[in-house]
Design a protein around this ligand. Structure first.
Ligand code: HEM
Ligand code: HEM
Length: 429
């Protein structure tokens, strides 16, 4: 690089990369390499996505055939599609685990509060990318899953139907839906992601780097540890992580094909029609709650809880200490076990009650309100019991409630993916 541009390049680079980093933040058990892996997967998705665009035809008459031809006639076509498919699914999982690590190390408190919101928006963008990509192969799986997910929108009060028609580009899933999804998938969402992601990295730099890991008894973050040069200490670790992720995805994609069913047939519905796994929890919620709660009130409350968490939970925070404290670890385990037992019990009990004749027939909206209130009361009762049993602080209680909700959502997802059969009845997998 010419001498003239070197200061400019260095100054731009230093907005994202520090010259030195605290030695402790290099511990693998702080980040588990999750943020870095998410970046690598995003890069893989962009590269393979661009390659796919050379062959894929976004019109319903030939979309499916173009995927078949990609797999059969194009050199490495199957591999490229597999890498795109598996990276997309893995990215969701990794981004979720990264969110969990940020949450459990308290890395969402000031000065990282806003970065938590940016990160959460990125997770939503990745979900949207996955959903819009899901329709692309235009096979039975894609068609019916997107029909059921966009069908859910109509339960959103006031704007639901309008939103559904906008997204589908008409009343049914068809050629307009495919071109809408294609435009979002290959232009709108990648561009937004490309703008937001550097902002996420810059905010880390602005917060003075990653949160510094420490033991509960170590009081002040600023006194901990010495700094070491980023090159080679940080860079080497990043390169190793990148190579491991790329090699892992390539190897997996070489042996496991992305699913492709028969071409979409609007006249032949699948039974059961299941949402993709990342929406399976919501689909399961819908089996237990009135759509108003399952698709509107509960998601809205979740969204609010995620966005406002760093602003509400400020007392007693301990950034850098996993699970806040030793007691925080015990309360989190207690919450996880409670949720792990109560959630499956709740699902089975509801299934039995729904089919029994001795439960009075109430208006769906009233029975929905009753189930919703029961769940809220249960959550408050569990939080109260944890407080009494462990003399937990406010931050520890908030953490326990989060653990409880996450485990419940995971149980709902697993139930929907593995334990629902024909007519969405509970079955053994
Ligand atoms: C595509 C998704 C994402 C990518 C590519 C990404 C990338 C990264 C990277 C590379 C780091 C630094 C290394 C590390 O902590 O592992 C980081 C840190 C961070 N991320 Fe993300 N992230 C994503 C999603 C999220 C989500 C969903 C959240 C939370 C809701 C989040 C919140 C944060 C916060 C608060 C930090 C600073 C952590 C600290 O200071 O210790 N990110 N992210
Ligand atoms: C976060 C980023 C992305 C995610 C999560 C994602 C996800 C997906 C998914 C799940 C599919 C369906 C794969 C299948 O089963 O066949 C897909 C297909 C596709 N994606 Fe992406 N994608 C991303 C970025 C991109 C980008 C940046 C482009 C191009 C600019 C792109 C172009 C395509 C094309 C052309 C298809 C259709 C081919 C096919 O289905 O195999 N994607 N994407």
């Amino acid at each position: 690089m010419s001498r003239k541009y070197r200061p400019l390049f260095n100054s731009l680079l230093l907005h994202f990369r520090p010259r030195t980093v605290p030695e402790r933040t290099l511990q693998f058990t702080l980040t588990w390499g999750l943020g870095g892996s998410a970046v690598i997967l995003t890069i893989l998705l962009f590269c393979t996505g661009i390659l796919l665009k050379f062959v894929y035809e976004p019109v319903i008459s030939t979309a499916y055939e173009s995927i078949v031809s990609l797999q059969q006639d194009v050199l490495f076509g199957r591999l490229v599609r597999n890498v795109h498919h598996w990276s997309a699914n893995l990215l969701l999982l990794i981004a979720f685990l990264h969110l969990m690590r940020v949450f459990f190390t308290g890395a969402y408190h000031h000065p990282r509060r806003f970065n938590w919101i940016i990160g959460f928006s990125m997770l939503l963008l990745v979900m949207a990318s996955n959903l819009t990509g899901y329709l692309m192969p235009w096979d039975q799986l894609a068609y019916w899953a997107v029909t059921i997910i966009t069908g859910m929108l109509e339960y959103i009060p006031v704007v639901g139907l309008w939103l559904q028609t906008m997204i589908r580009g008409g009343s049914e899933v068809g050629s307009n839906t495919l071109s809408n999804f294609y435009a979002f998938h290959t232009a709108v969402l990648p561009i937004v992601l490309m703008i937001i992601m550097p902002f996420h990295f810059w905010r880390i730099r602005k917060a003075g780097g990653l949160v510094i890991p420490r033991a509960p008894e170590e009081e002040d973050e600023s006194e901990i540890g010495q700094r070491v040069p980023s090159i080679p200490n940080l860079l080497l670790r990043e390169v190793v992580m990148a190579l491991v992720v790329v090699a892992g995805v390539m190897l997996f994609s070489a042996f496991v094909d992305a699913p492709l069913q028969a071409k979409a047939n609007p006249g032949l519905s699948l039974n059961p029609v299941k949402a993709p796994w990342y929406f399976a929890g919501i689909q399961e919620l819908l089996l237990h709650f009135h759509p108003l709660y399952a698709l509107f009130i509960i998601p809205l409350l979740t969204l609010g809880a995620m966005v406002f968490l760093p602003y509400v939970n400020q007392i007693g925070h301990c950034p850098g200490v996993w699970f806040i404290s030793y007691r925080g670890r015990r309360t989190a385990i207690a919450a996880a076990i409670t949720a792990g037992i109560l959630a499956p019990l709740g699902i089975i009990t509801h299934e039995i009650l729904r089919d029994s004749t001795w439960v009075p027939d109430l208006l769906p909206i009233v029975s929905g309100l009753i189930s919703f209130l029961i769940v809220i009361i249960l959550i408050i009762a569990i939080a109260f019991l944890i407080k009494r049993r462990y003399s937990a602080t406010r931050a520890e209680i908030i953490q326990s409630v989060y653990v409880l909700l996450v485990i419940v959502y995971i149980v709902l997802t697993i139930t929907n993916v593995y334990f629902r059969g024909e007519g969405m009845k509970l079955v053994w997998p």
